[in-house]
Structure formats: C-alpha cells, structure tokens
Design a protein around this ligand. Structure first.
Ligand code: AMP
Length: 123
C-alpha cells in the first residue's frame, strides 16, 4: 500500500485530545473544526477519525460507515453554516507533494462566505 500514516501529525493529536480545537460538529467517525488560519469568512476542516493520509487513502480503505458518516456530516455542516444555497462554497483537499498537503491526515477544507476566485492559477 502506498500510504504510511504518521500518528504524530497535528490532526491525530487533536483527535487524541492532546491539543485543543474549535469543534463545529462531531460524530462517531468524523470531526469538523475551524481552520486555525481561516482563508475565508467560513473555513472549516472535515476529517475522519480514522488514520487515513489522504482522500484516495480514505476512499480506498475506509469502511462504508465511515465514508457515509463523513459525507452526511459534511452536508449537515454546510446546511448549518448556510452554505447549501445558491451562494455555495468550495471543498478542497490537498494530497502529497504536488498538492502541497501540510498535514498528512485526510481533511476536506470547506470555504465560503465570499467569492473565492479561480481554483488554480495557471502555471
Ligand atoms: P493542507 O495544506 O491542506 O494540509 O492544510 C492544512 C490546514 O490545517 C491549514 O489550512 C492549516 O491552517 C490548518 N491547521 C494546522 N494546524 C491546525 C490546528 N491546530 N487547528 C486547526 N487548523 C490547523
């Protein structure tokens, strides 16, 4: 398997309760909390509680319960934060070196509350 999970990463430490976070929603399989460096009026991170490095790792190896819970929680958070209407939001996930992933625990950024510009600058 190409994925090696580093249990010392900062989100693993948040999940173990070793460092604080500003929780938005929590379920048995998923945690949603505010990004510490918010890049938009709304900037939250949706993470699975399981030890997955990236989206492809989660999609390949998480259980059906984990995958459903993650996405249902994401939908509830979008509704709760008023992102589900026509104004919308952006969901971003970075993976690996090219994706410039900083924290090697799968997380989906949810950004909203302003027009966010184009997704990627041309090279
Ligand atoms: P990425 O570059 O996609 O790996 O994004 C990692 C994100 O984690 C960045 O947006 C950071 O601001 C955020 N982050 C890092 N440490 C914390 C923390 N302790 N609490 C909340 N967000 C954090």
């Amino acid at each position: 398997m190409p994925w090696t999970y580093d249990p010392t990463n900062i989100f693993a430490r948040i999940l173990r309760g070793e460092i604080p976070n500003k929780t938005v929603m929590e379920t048995p399989h998923t945690l949603v909390f505010h990004d510490i460096r918010h890049l938009a009026p709304v900037h939250v991170l949706v993470i699975p509680k399981g030890a997955y490095v990236s989206l492809d790792h989660f999609a390949a190896e998480a259980s059906g319960d984990e995958i459903v819970d993650f996405h249902r929680t994401l939908a509830k958070v979008c509704a709760m934060l008023d992102l589900s209407g026509p104004e919308g939001f952006r969901g971003i996930t970075n993976a690996g070196h090219h994706g410039m992933q900083e924290v090697p625990h799968y997380h989906l950024h949810i950004l909203g509350g302003r027009v966010l510009g184009r997704l990627v600058e041309p090279a």
